[in-house]
Ligand binder design. Structure first.
Ligand SMILES: [Zn+2]
Length: 492
């Protein structure tokens, strides 16, 4: 029987601002959409934390036995420099500055994004659609919104009429903002803008001469507004209403608010049942962001190539560090905190290795079943990874007591213990075992093989080959010692 049938998962819904029991639209299936990166620069650790949080959600849903369709887009056009629909397209700007094609920018940073997420052991999404691959769908949505009278065209650009929408719906339902407040608090338009009201947002922008990325449309040669792609792609791949929509906290407004408004006008229904937002990573007391220069790149952590780090840290230790905070909590980044996490990670992996050497007894003196229930309870409580990790350290304690024979465990319970521990550590948290002795086992076998070949060479009085094996091994730091009991080796 699938685990979801016996586990009641609760998710904090940003829309209702409360934890709700998760019931998918279709039993056994989950549709999940997460806003992906704008591929115009290297992905920094703050972005990685957001994507890793949803990877953990994806992994746990799969662990519970759900068939998950996870869609995460690539923004390769339409994302302007600021939220007021002004400024240059971020990718076009980078392409202009570096004198390369926009699609070269897109390719370079998409590859970097995939490499980085793979290092941190994120699973790939089920579908990864691009904004430029869905221009036709976006134009169709704009036509529909225009027909319904909730958008207007000015000089070849099309804007969503927020005030008109707000007459029958609540623009601000997710972010808790009130349109009346924003009317009072917004500066008067400077006369340069084509918008009727500053709250309106672009669905289509006419491209000026310097804008490289442009497509034909009924209104002008131009490009779609940034918010529109997510409405187009989520509807196309997950339907008019789907289960989970995730993204970074900073996308709540205006991006997600605009997505709700567009989709609601187009399809007549609320698009998302559970809105999830991951919190930010803080460095030097401030939000990590490319625009302010206050950020650290994942590769700098793995290589130790940054002055704020005391040493390099592996992707696994970095992932473990991020999972030790709840995805809705702010996480403070520092070399010291990372060092502490690394120690914990090593302790956990040692225990995962040592569990294989535990000897079984007839009876168990520890209660594995209630420990397992606590692990599930933590994850069912809005994916509470820090509490789960606390229970995993409880398991470390059990393992050490079992190794020193202060506690006992039956063979059946031990099997159960191993399966559960491995499932949470590797499948759900997505950690890798850097301490796995798989490779050193293989190395030992190779050296033993060479020792045997050398012995054979000596027996055949082939001293030249025998010496060559010894000397070449020494060159790579492996020393052979001949003794009465045969040949042994040490690795320097
Ligand atoms: Zn989005």
């Amino acid at each position: 029987m699938e685990l979801y049938k016996t586990n009641q998962l609760k998710i904090y819904n940003s829309l209702s601002k409360s934890k709700e029991v998760f019931t998918p639209l279709v039993e056994g299936k989950v549709g999940m959409y997460v806003c992906g990166p704008t591929v115009y620069s290297d992905v920094h650790l703050g972005n990685v934390r957001t994507f890793m949080s949803f990877d953990m959600v994806f992994r746990y849903l799969k662990h519970l036995g759900y068939k998950v369709r996870y869609v995460r887009n690539i923004t390769d056009a339409g994302h302007l420099e600021n939220d007021a629909d002004e400024g240059e397209d971020r990718i076009s700007k980078k392409a202009r500055l570096e004198q390369i094609e926009p699609m070269e920018v897109v390719q370079r940073y998409t590859v970097d994004f995939h490499n980085t997420l793979q290092k941190i052991n994120n699973l790939p999404p089920s579908i990864e659609p691009t904004a430029t691959g869905h221009i036709v769908e976006q134009i169709e949505i704009i036509k529909d919104i225009l027909n319904k009278g909730l958008a207007y065209e000015v000089n070849g650009s099309v804007y969503f009429d927020v005030l008109k929408y707000n007459e029958t719906a609540h623009y601000g339902v997710l972010s808790g903002r009130n349109i009346e407040d924003s009317i009072h608090n917004t500066r008067e338009l400077d006369g340069q803008s084509e918008k009727k009201n500053p709250q309106d947002f672009a669905l289509w922008k006419k491209a000026d001469e310097r804008h490289i990325m442009r497509w034909p449309s009924p209104w002008s040669e131009g490009f779609p507004g940034w918010h529109l792609e997510c409405s187009a792609m989520s509807t196309k791949y997950l339907g008019e209403t789907f289960d989970i929509h995730g993204g970074g906290m900073d996308l709540k407004f205006p991006h997600h608010e605009c997505e709700i408004a567009q989709s609601k006008v187009k399809n007549g229904v609320n698009p998302v049942r559970y809105w999830m937002h991951a919190n930010m990573l803080i460095l030097n007391g401030q939000k990590m962001a490319k625009s302010t220069g206050n950020y650290i790149l994942p590769n700098e952590i793995f290589s130790g190539d940054n002055t704020i780090l005391s040493k390099p840290f592996t992707p696994s230790a970095t992932r473990f560090f991020m999972l030790q905070a709840h995805y809705r909590s702010i996480l403070d980044f520092s070399s010291k905190a990372l060092e502490a996490s690394e120690k914990g990670y090593i302790k956990l992996m040692e225990a995962v290795n040592n569990i294989n050497t535990i000897e079984v007894s007839n009876e168990s003196s520890i209660d594995i079943h209630s420990w397992k229930e606590k692990c599930y309870a933590a994850m069912n409580d809005d994916f509470n990874t820090p509490v789960l990790i606390a229970h995993l350290f409880e398991a470390v304690k059990y393992i050490n007591l079992l190794l020193t024979k202060k506690e006992t465990i039956s063979s059946e319970d031990l099997q159960h213990f191993k399966t559960t521990l491995n499932a949470f550590v590797f499948d759900v948290l997505g950690l890798k075992n850097d301490l796995s002795d798989d490779d050193s086992d293989k190395l030992s076998s190779v050296v033993e093989l060479l020792i045997a070949m050398r012995k054979e060479a000596r027996e055949n009085k082939n001293w030249a080959l025998s010496d060559k094996i010894r000397d070449k091994l020494l060159e790579i730091g492996i020393q052979l010692k001949d003794g009465k009991e045969g040949t042994t080796f040490s690795i320097n």
